[in-house]
Design a protein around this ligand. Structure first.
Ligand SMILES: NC(=O)c1ccc[n+]([C@@H]2O[C@H](COP(=O)([O-])OP(=O)(O)OC[C@H]3O[C@@H](n4cnc5c(N)ncnc54)[C@H](O)[C@@H]3O)[C@@H](O)[C@H]2O)c1
Length: 246
């Protein structure tokens, strides 16, 4: 996996607990949820657009440190309050916030949002100089290959496995035989991923539930990536990532 998008939705409230705004009718069924976006550079317009064009949401506040980017945000969202102050955005009546700033700033900005009792969406990525977005999951009976850059057949399921002989007296006798089966590419309706995650996060706020990619899911992914790094650093050694719930 050389590049990956990792949306992490978190809330200042307990997962699964109904949000006070939903309970009190602050985000009534007819009302559009209010978003504050923090950071407005290259990626931010993609995220902001996907929030603002949802029927359920609109972007009402944008915080950005750079004057030229604030000017761009004002041009793109004339009805939104554009400011350099994160505190102003988090102190406003926004229901949710989206943090789209450099990764080193994510933890402190997310903490500020949670302390302000705002739902917070964090956009994280791992960059690669070549545009490769894919991963393979190899099981003992099948393998799944996901290639996000492929125009068609983004997911392929290989029905291959390996048969090892039961007993081998010498290494020379040790042979593995591959079994080749079907390759299946299931049909998947295409949708812009950023739009799908923006909609799920927004609906989660309104319904008072955790988003599908919540903070716990993000932690699980980070654990796997850290284990991968430790394994690579130790020559491919097995690294136990444990079973405990985050
Ligand atoms: N989906 C992808 O493939 C992909 C690729 C690259 C980056 N990203 C994500 O986009 C986000 C931004 O990355 P980037 O490379 O565009 O970063 P960047 O360095 O361009 O910064 C983003 C913007 O945030 C502003 N900013 C920084 N600190 C701020 C603060 N405290 N308050 C308000 N504004 C602040 C900066 O002025 C800048 O305009 C990150 O979350 C990153 O993970 C995603």
């Amino acid at each position: 996996m050389s590049e990956q998008e990792l949306p992490i939705g978190a809330s200042g409230r307990e997962a699964g607990q109904r949000s006070p705004t939903a309970r009190a009718g602050g985000v009534g069924l007819g009302a559009r949820l209010r978003y504050g976006v923090i950071g407005y550079s290259y990626w931010d317009p993609q995220l902001t657009r996907n929030r603002d064009r949802l029927p359920l949401a609109r972007v009402t506040h944008i915080a950005e440190l750079a004057p030229d980017r604030r000017q761009a945000a004002e041009g793109d969202y004339p009805a939104a309050r554009v400011t350099e102050s994160v505190a102003e955005v988090l102190g406003s009546d926004v229901d949710g916030s989206a943090v789209v700033t450099p990764i080193r700033t994510h933890s402190s900005l997310a903490k500020q949002a949670i302390e302000a009792d705002k739902h917070v969406f964090i956009h994280v990525s791992w960059l690669s100089p070549s545009k490769i977005r894919g991963f393979s999951v190899v099981g003992d009976r099948q393998m799944v290959v996901y290639d996000d850059v492929a125009a068609t057949d983004k997911i392929r399921v290989f029905d291959h496995d390996v048969d090892a002989p039961d007993h081998t007296a010498t290494y020379g006798e040790f042979q593995l035989s591959y079994r080749y089966g079907d390759i299946v590419s299931p049909h998947i309706d295409w949708a812009e991923p950023l739009a799908v995650e923006a909609r799920d996060f927004t609906e989660a706020i309104r319904e008072g539930r955790s988003p599908r990619s919540d903070g716990r899911e993000g932690l699980r992914v980070v654990r796997v990536l850290e284990a991968r790094d430790r394994s690579l650093a130790s020559g491919g050694a097995f690294v136990d990532i444990g079973q405990e719930e985050p």
